[in-house]
Design a protein around this ligand. Sequence first.
Ligand SMILES: Cc1cc2nc3c(=O)[nH]c(=O)nc-3n(C[C@H](O)[C@H](O)[C@H](O)COP(=O)(O)O)c2cc1C
Ligand code: SF4
Ligand code: SF4
Length: 253
Amino acid sequence: MVNIFVFSGTGNTLYCAKEISKKLNEESKIISINFSNKNSFFCEADKAIFMFPIYAYTIPSIVREFIKNITLKTSYIACVVTYGSSVGYSLSETNKLFLKKNLTINYFSKIKMPENIGSLFKENETKNDLIISLSNNLVNEISYDINNLVNNKTKTSSFISLFPKALYRTFERTIFIKNRVSHKRCNKCRLCTIICPLRAIRFENNAIKVNHSSCTHCQRCINNCPKLAITLFFQNHKDKRYTNKYIKLEELL
Ligand SMILES: Cc1cc2nc3c(=O)[nH]c(=O)nc-3n(C[C@H](O)[C@H](O)[C@H](O)COP(=O)(O)O)c2cc1C
Ligand code: SF4
Ligand code: SF4
């Protein structure tokens, strides 16, 4: 049995995980990382694959927590990330997390996918379609490697790890990454409270409130709000939103 642990805000990583899963020789199970399992999970499997997007050159905080807390019994660990432009030092960072648990990652790989972070990267749909179709070749290679227990260990360095950590913390703490809700536009449908993987959004005193300290910045609420009422500070309500068109919202929950 192969367990595939997936964190995906807007569907790119889940899309890749589903494609890899179809091509594995062994039976596989996709397990979504979310608020309910991030603090404790027991896994005994022949292979464990961890899949997540890159945020600010490193690992989303929810995935960091999940890896810290999981009890893992397996003889093969693979880590496959999706990214828009650069994975930075994320592989070294992830390696370090596993080493702290006396575990070693056997296999790393990365898949370029469309950018999902708001209006910063206004790619058109044709370009995004091309990026997704190119990802299929990589998915084939990665599945082949995992089927054949390929080992391509990455070295880690505590010096370079300081940079992504500092960058991510700044990113998390600044206004740059804090979601704002326009109470004028919001129709109080409460979809955002249900779809947030961290349950960081609540409906309180007849208004939507975001708990910024729990948010992992996945963009799911921003990109799925039917009234485009949630934005980052550099966005306006008319800006394009991104979700992977091959993944339904329900699949991410
Ligand atoms: C908060 C945030 C930060 C990001 N930072 C990076 C980055 O540093 N490098 C990069 O290549 N892509 C970055 N991205 C893009 C995502 O990694 C990429 O679009 C990914 O495929 C999204 O996966 P998902 O749809 O499964 O959530 C960032 C996305 C978000 C939401
Ligand atoms: S999804 Fe959008 S419209 Fe619905 S409650 Fe949330 S912010 Fe308001
Ligand atoms: S508040 Fe929005 S961006 Fe933050 S974790 Fe929840 S769904 Fe993702």
